[in-house]
Design a protein around this ligand. Structure first.
Ligand code: F6P
Length: 350
């Protein structure tokens, strides 16, 4: 009998529990594997925080947000975490783990890849609300975040119209503008600003003024947290950060660009402006049906790969088919918003 560990790493997102459920259910019922949960991402493997899982552990969790395993942004390969990769190898031996399913975004998969190079049997499952992992058309979590953002935009429309205001909606997505672009298209945004496209403030003002000149007395501007703005007069564009702290993978803490932008728009156009930051609301709560189904399909495909002995791979969605590719292929770059999507969105600007 084989023993398989499952972990969730990085920021949480809706659909993690549905994925864990699928991996564990099929592992037990079809392959007779001994399944266990590795708690709090790679941290659990470093510390040996590993729990036996049976069917009861994954019952009733399909529709729930968060992760029953807990998560962390622990990076065992960070310079000052010397000895962590060795501790991981020791614990894999100690707990007799034959393989690991790593559910996470590019940071988690980066660690999975390095471990697979060291001989660990790993299979990856792509998750992130940012949808920026290359090789897959969609990561799970994204659709839920998108729907939350669209609902917020719909609500902001009515209050924007009542007050003749410009409403700036700041969404997550880090350095990729997927949530902003697709939520903007679905929510009927009058302008969408994303990190992939350079921002010229004069053009922002002209677009909004043009719309107001043709009789529309409100505007919705969707902005991705990762855009760069000239925060002070005569200064170069830069990211707006919540703090100077970085996480274990070296990521800055984004957030706050929306209110800077709203102030600039108010000054530059003369129209009253307000900002709403959606923040972690986009990551919380129940997953959409799309995400539950994608999570389930990914989970099943991952445990099937383990059964076939195909390690060092990640499951992906291509069109409507679940496939797998080498983990190496998703390393070191992001999937960014391409011209097809932005050109489509632009038709409705102004
Ligand atoms: O990667 C997912 C994400 O939600 C990003 O969109 C966002 O920038 C970041 O995580 C926020 O991280 P934290 O949960 O550490 O605040």
């Amino acid at each position: 009998m084989k023993k398989i560990g499952v972990l969730t790493g990085g920021g949480d997102c809706p659909g993690l529990n549905a994925t864990i459920r699928a991996v564990v259910r099929k592992g037990i019922t079809e392959y007779n594997y001994e399944m266990c949960g590795i708690m709090a991402g790679w941290k659990g493997l470093i510390e040996g925080n590993i729990k036996a899982f049976d069917m009861r552990n994954v019952s009733g969790i399909l529709h729930t947000g968060g992760t029953i395993l807990g998560t962390s942004r622990t990076n065992p390969f960070r310079e000052d975490n010397k000895g962590d990769p060795e501790r991981i190898l020791e614990n894999i031996k100690k707990f007799n783990l034959d393989a690991i399913v790593a559910i996470g975004g590019e940071d988690t998969q980066g660690v999975a890849f390095k471990l697979s190079e060291m001989g660990v049997n790993v299979v990856g499952i792509p998750k992130t609300i940012d949808n920026d992992l290359p090789g897959t058309d969609y990561t799970f979590g994204f659709d839920t975040a998108l729907n939350i953002a669209v609902e917020a935009i719909d609500r902001l429309h009515t209050t924007a119209e009542s007050h003749n205001r410009v409403m700036v909606v700041e969404v997550m997505g880090r350095h990729a503008g997927w949530i902003a672009t697709l939520a903007g298209i679905a929510g009927g945004a009058d302008l969408i600003l994303i990190p992939e496209k350079p921002i010229v403030m004069e053009e922002v003002y002209t677009t909004i003024k043009k719309r107001h000149n043709r009789g529309k007395n409100f505007s919705i501007v969707v902005v991705s947290e990762g855009i760069k703005l000239p925060v002070e007069d005569n200064k170069n564009e830069e990211l707006v950060l919540q703090s100077t702290k970085k996480d274990s993978f070296g990521h800055v803490m984004l957030g706050g660009v929306g209110s800077v932008l709203a102030n600039m728009i108010e000054k530059g156009t003369g129209f009253e402006s307000r900002c709403t930051v959606l923040g972690h609301i986009q990551r919380g709560g129940t997953p959409t049906a799309f995400d539950r189904i994608l999570s389930t399909r990914f989970g099943i495909a991952a445990i099937d790969l383990i059964h076939k002995g195909e390690f060092g791979k990640i499951v992906v969605l291509k069109g409507n088919e679940i496939k797998s590719i080498d983990l190496k292929k998703v390393m070191g770059h992001f999937k960014l918003v391409d011209d097809y999507w932005y050109d489509l969105a632009k038709v409705f600007f102004g």
